[in-house]
Design a protein around this ligand. Structure first.
Ligand code: SF4
Length: 403
């Protein structure tokens, strides 16, 4: 499929497969990404697998897998969505048009499923995002069973007794979720430990992939990079063993691939500071301009502690990580990545309507500008069709300027 024939996010994935036709590992990762939601929904409807909608990232994932339940990322359902789903949110639920398109697409998809035998439970996160808070409240009215946990943010100066109180509070939240999910506050620590070990093993393997990519900057192009790290590393696309096998295969492929001096000379190393955009065309624009996303802010580099009880390890990971709240943690990760990779620029990406992320991005832009590190601040919306428009022109111009 040529890029001109691309009209949807799914088309982009097909196009991406063709671009990577030399790599069975990347083909597998893209297949897993595409099949993530449909396969779980099918297994759920056939009674073969329990599952729950959630953000399917971070501490939730080892916990939910330890109960034998699959975490299903609702934002993935939204991302591989369409304009009609977004229209439902605007017309039927009266979401203001400027609301984050990710949320609107998710709402539209839940709406379409509401009278079917779909997965009916949703774990929210009441301190994550206002538009999603609204979505969860609405879905309660539509017959979904929604549970909202509270994650207290850790400010940059919080330590000592206050931090221990936060950890204790969050441990209780974890037991509350266990009770809601399974009917019991019992958590099988052995199973949770196995899941934490799996997560740590995969984090180490993905670090190896990132290291190898420095010698092979164009082997995994931008969209595949984002899907492999932002989605796959978080929740394994619902198939942990298959995801890990694909990563092992990718490591083997990268280790055997001949190193190209021309690639090393021509590459424009970039750091991606944002979630997974819905406008996949932006990744195409980066690729076409010779950029390579070698560092990502959202990749969780910190391992879970294995020297403490596993439930406590989940809680401490939250407060020790860049996702704990204050934008300064994430900024430190970005700076570390820029220095390590000798990146020439940072792409700051977020959605129109996301007030929370736009404040962070503006702070980072100012900070890096003062340090002489170029960045581009992009605000995207749901966009289907081949790469076009002002955002793509800006991306290309930015990357080419760094060349
Ligand atoms: S981009 Fe912002 S508003 Fe949209 S889902 Fe994410 S946090 Fe919420």
């Amino acid at each position: 499929m040529d890029i001109e024939e691309v009209y949807s996010q799914r088309d982009y994935i097909e196009h991406c497969k063709q671009v990577h036709r030399y790599s069975p590992a990347i083909a597998k990762i893209l297949d897993l990404s595409e099949a993530y939601i449909p396969d779980i929904e099918k297994a759920y409807q056939e009674g073969r697998q329990d599952a729950v909608w959630c953000n399917a990232a971070g501490w939730q994932v080892p916990l939910i897998y330890s109960f034998g339940i699959i975490p299903v990322s609702y934002s993935e359902m939204g991302r591989l969505s369409d304009k009609e789903a977004m229209q439902i949110a605007e017309d039927y639920y009266q979401f203001p048009v400027e609301t984050c398109s990710m949320v609107k697409c998710t709402v539209g998809q839940w709406h379409r499923r509401r009278h079917t035998s779909t997965i009916k439970r949703i774990i929210g996160n009441s301190s994550a995002c206002e538009p999603y808070n609204l979505a969860w409240e609405i879905m309660k009215r539509e017959g979904y069973d929604v549970y909202n946990n509270d994650v207290v943010y850790r400010g940059p100066a919080v330590a000592g007794k206050r931090l221990e109180e936060l950890v204790g509070f969050f441990i209780e939240q974890i037991y509350d979720i266990a009770e809601w999910l399974t009917g019991s506050r019992q958590i099988d620590e052995d199973k949770l430990r196995v899941e934490i070990q799996r997560k740590n093993r995969l984090l180490r393997k993905l670090r190896t992939v990132l290291e190898l990519r420095r010698q092979h900057p164009f082997y995994v192009r931008s969209l595949a990079t984002i899907l492999m790290l932002n989605i796959g590393l978080n929740n394994y696309f619902g198939k942990p063993a298959e995801y890990e096998a694909a990563i092992d295969l990718l490591i083997a492929e990268l280790e055997q691939a001949p190193v190209s001096e021309a690639d090393a000379k021509n590459v424009i190393p970039l750091v991606w500071a944002g979630g997974t955009g819905q406008e996949f065309g932006i990744y195409e624009a980066i690729d076409q301009a010779g950029g390579s996303l070698l560092g990502l802010r959202s990749v969780p580099f910190k391992l879970y502690r294995e020297d403490i009880p596993p439930v406590e390890a989940l809680a401490r990971w939250v407060y020790d990580n860049a996702g704990a709240g204050a934008g300064v943690y994430a900024r430190n990760v970005l700076e570390h990545e820029v220095n390590k990779l000798q990146a020439r620029g940072i792409i700051l990406y977020g959605y129109i309507g996301c007030s929370f992320a736009s404040v962070d991005r503006e702070m980072w832009r100012k900070y890096f500008h003062e340090k002489g590190i170029p960045s581009i601040n992009l605000e995207g919306s749901f966009q289907t069709g081949a790469p076009s428009g002002q955002v793509l022109t800006r991306v290309k111009a930015f990357v080419e300027m760094l060349a």
